[in-house]
Design a protein around this ligand. Structure first.
Ligand SMILES: [Mn+2]
Length: 245
């Protein structure tokens, strides 16, 4: 069986003496376990050309988007800092994937990236705008569950997960406030916060707010997300032969 090439976005850190693009290994490992091949996409405009050799785009976790990119002013609640190169690179990558109708899977910052790129809206800081919310930015092991999510029945997300109630980890201080037009909310935490969105009736366009790449060992539903994504990418590659390579 062919292994679809999955382009994976990377964290840009400016803490080091020199800018540094990096990736937590769990993302690449989860893609490999699901039958794909990871292609790391540095935060450079040339990554758009690299993506045209791929069959899917995986948007990973990380810092905040510049709020001006989703029409808000900076409320001073910045947690991990903005990085203009990463923001621009991911918006270019999503634009290219959208142009090619390529499957996209967004994780944590990735669900927020999908919301920003497709015209949704974000909660800039959960703690200040939703004071009664659960604790979503947990300080614990990434494999540990933090809160429950309820998955909307009859959505792609529910079909893929095979469950409508599950425990997930949670490492975010922002969330999707409003899914993009034509997208739907496919999972919520028990406090009502959006935890997954999808574009129904389309190829794989889906984002989750939790980190399934850290839950693949214990949670079948986490493995299923990657298997469904990689499967959709393989299928996409089969119908786009010769387009990119
Ligand atoms: Mn959460």
């Amino acid at each position: 069986m062919t292994k679809p090439k999955i382009g994976i976005s990377m964290v840009r850190s400016e803490k080091a003496a020199y800018p540094n693009d990096s990736l937590k290994s769990a993302y690449a490992e989860a893609v490999i376990s699901a039958g794909g091949l990871p292609v790391l996409l540095p935060n450079l405009a040339a990554s758009v050309e690299l993506l045209s050799w791929c069959e899917g785009l995986l948007l990973t976790g990380g810092g905040d988007f510049d709020p001006s990119l989703f029409g808000q002013s900076d409320q001073g609640t910045d947690w991990v800092g903005f990085n203009a190169e990463r923001d621009q690179t991911e918006l270019l990558l999503i634009g290219e994937a959208k142009r090619l109708s390529m499957p996209i899977f967004g994780i944590c910052r990735g669900i927020q990236a999908l919301a920003v790129a497709f015209g949704g809206d974000l909660i800039q800081d959960i703690a200040s705008s939703r004071p009664n919310a659960l604790k979503h930015s947990a300080d614990q092991l990434r494999e540990q569950s933090q809160h429950r999510v309820s998955v909307t029945a009859h959505t792609n997300t529910a079909e893929i997960l095979g469950e409508t109630e599950l425990w997930v980890n949670s490492f975010h201080h922002q969330a999707v406030e409003q899914p993009p037009p034509d997208w739907i909310v496919s999972a919520r935490a028990s406090d009502g916060l959006i935890e997954a969105i999808e574009k129904p009736g389309d190829h794989f366009l889906l984002g989750v707010q939790w980190h399934p790449e850290n839950l693949t060992r214990d949670l079948q539903a986490a493995r299923r997300l990657f298997e469904a994504f990689v499967g959709a990418c393989r299928e996409w590659g089969g119908t786009h032969v010769g387009l990119s390579n």
